[in-house]
Design a protein around this ligand. Structure first.
Ligand code: SAM
Length: 324
């Protein structure tokens, strides 16, 4: 088993398969949107080799993300390949949902069992304002099709930003009442150098939960899998809601993950700029043993928490590079 210096078991790998995206969410990209050249992105063979090595060390869960993972050609092949790696028990995907309706059946055939869809608003104009594109209908159809195709669970990730979409909290709770989905409210994190983030836009999970409890009866769901979200059932509802609180709580103590960026860097912590160059090592013809040693080193160097003061430092990169 892979364990870090703070005795946290590390069994979860998030892989960013591309930096490209078909949306331009304001909080993720700022105007300038350069792509990493194709040959600088890890090939599927390189990703599969890396996941196989990680599985041998104790990684059990893999999540594909991006950029927008469904934009990368042949992502079904990657899912099929990773699903069949010895030791990998769970393969999941995080998507903006735009291409989900057309791809969900082939994704399921490839072995995908569940999906997370990012959606910050249920209103057409606002969707266009946040993402730059008029694609809300396709995203909603994608969510519905994921449900009818039998992916389970279908989770909806919603970043709540004061003054932008915090007037839709109850609409999202109602969505989780009416559909068998888990809506997870995520605190707005400070990513990107000169982005859209502003402390004033942050709505803490605690205040959100208080507002919800004034109108809905919710009850802690102890059956939910372990993870960063604290999950609640809604009385009389089909789905659930959850709160992910990277700013206001110490989720770091339960962190079980490392990341692989689309450029082939191992990133032990989302909130730190420290990275390890896997691609360089692989492309110099290194052995599996050398790659294992890099993974073990990256895990050993995983910081205990956000930083000494428990603050999140502003990251150099936007989430589309890191893999949100
Ligand atoms: N394209 C995919 C998607 O939309 O899910 C994967 C990449 S996207 C960067 C992953 C997630 O990061 C999305 O749910 C997005 O809302 C979230 N995200 C991006 N910037 C964020 C921020 N500053 N705070 C919190 N979540 C953020």
């Amino acid at each position: 088993m892979l364990t870090d210096r703070f005795r946290r078991p590390i069994n979860y790998l998030r892989v960013s398969v591309t930096d490209r995206c078909n949306l331009r969410c304001r909080y993720c990209v700022d105007g300038y949107f350069p792509f990493i050249p194709h040959n600088e992105i890890l090939s599927y063979e390189e990703i599969i080799r890396f996941v196989t090595i990680c599985a041998g060390l104790g990684i059990r869960k893999v999540r594909l993300t991006g950029g927008e993972p469904l934009l990368r050609k042949g992502v079904e092949y990657l899912i099929r390949s990773i699903t069949s790696i010895d030791g990998i028990e769970d393969v999941s995907l995080t998507t903006n949902g735009v291409l989900l309706e057309e791809k969900v059946e082939t994704l399921k055939d490839a072995g995908l069992k569940r999906v997370n869809v990012s959606l910050d608003t249920l209103r057409r104009e606002r969707f266009r304002y946040i993402t730059g594109f008029d694609e809300i209908d396709r995203v909603i159809r994608g969510i519905e099709k994921a449900l009818t195709t039998g992916l389970k669970p279908v989770k909806i990730n919603t970043v709540i930003m004061r003054g932008i979409n915090d007037d839709e909290i109850f609409d999202f709770v109602n969505l989780a009442r009416n559909l068998d989905v888990e809506v997870r409210f995520i605190e707005f994190m400070p990513f990107g150098e000169k982005g859209f983030w502003d402390e004033k836009r942050v709505v803490s999970s605690e205040s959100l939960k208080k507002r919800i409890e004034e109108f809905f009866e919710i009850e802690r769901d102890s059956s939910s899998e372990k993870g960063p979200a604290v999950v609640y059932r809604i009385t009389g509802g089909k789905g659930k809601i959850g709160f992910i609180s990277p700013l206001s709580t110490h989720i770091c103590s339960e962190c079980n993950r490392i990341r692989l960026t689309s450029e082939g860097k191992i990133k032990p912590c989302l909130f730190s700029d420290v990275e390890y160059d896997l691609k360089g090592l692989m492309r110099r013809g290194s052995s599996d043993r050398e790659i294992e040693e890099l993974v073990i080193k990256a895990v050993r160097e995983k910081p205990e928490k956000k930083d000494e003061r428990g603050q999140i430092k502003k990251c150099q990169m936007n989430l589309r590079h890191i893999g949100g």
